[in-house]
Design a protein around this ligand. Structure first.
Ligand code: GTP
Ligand code: MG
Length: 191
């Protein structure tokens, strides 16, 4: 997979104008979005992975195989950020989701170890209201004991009200589950 950084955009004028279909990765702060992007593209440092949450503050575009874009956006639900910062980020994201015609699908990440939070449910409802194709990836599944994984995935699908086959368990540290996600994304970006 060829992957190249395009731009960190603050405002719509900076969004790439190549017209490539986009796959957006959303999720709570620290859920593993940047790690997911690196593992999906088989790069070590394409997206910045941080130990402190709230590292990604802009909309980052990565061109994949000269055919589609992978988009890394700021995480939601990070309480320690200032109100002003949260407002600005929320507005930037809303503008993107409302206006961007190129969005082909959204990958919503949730933590495999926990029930989806109210923030996760709100995000899912927001995306569904926009009629965007959504798939869910349950991250950090390496931290869930093997015998509890099926139950965990089922649980997530029930809380988010989506089919269990739309929830993909992944581990960015163990690099598992990404082939399935890649194949699913492919069905959305083909046109
Ligand atoms: P923000 O940009 O701050 O919103 O965070 P993010 O969602 O991009 O998360 P990031 O990829 O930076 O990862 C957050 C932390 O979780 C890092 O310490 C990662 O090493 C860790 N992490 C991410 N994915 C996995 C995974 O699949 N398994 C395990 N064990 N740890 C992971
Ligand atoms: Mg990040």
């Amino acid at each position: 997979m060829k992957a190249e950084f395009v731009i960190s955009a603050v405002k719509p004028e900076q969004w790439p104008q190549e017209g490539l279909p986009e796959t957006v990765v959303v999720g709570r702060s620290n859920v593993g979005k940047s790690s997911f992007i690196n593992a999906l593209t088989e790069r070590k440092k394409l997206a910045y992975v941080g130990n402190t949450p709230g590292k990604t503050r802009l909309i980052n575009f990565f061109r994949i195989d000269e055919r589609w874009m992978l988009v890394d956006v700021p995480g939601y639900g990070y309480a320690k950020m200032s109100k002003k910062m949260l407002m600005e980020m929320g507005r930037m994201m809303d503008t993107y989701f409302q206006q961007r015609q190129e969005i082909a699908c959204v990958v919503q990440l949730v933590d495999a170890r926990h029930d989806p939070t109210q923030d996760d449910i709100d995000m899912m409802e927001y995306l569904q209201a926009l009629h965007l194709p959504i798939l869910v990836a349950a991250t950090k599944v390496d931290k869930v004991p093997k015998t509890k994984r099926v139950r965990a995935i089922k649980n997530i699908s029930q809380i988010l009200h989506i089919p269990v086959k739309s929830v993909y368990p992944v581990s960015s540290t163990e690099k598992t589950g990404f082939e399935e996600v890649r194949n699913r994304i492919d069905t959305f970006i083909q046109r």
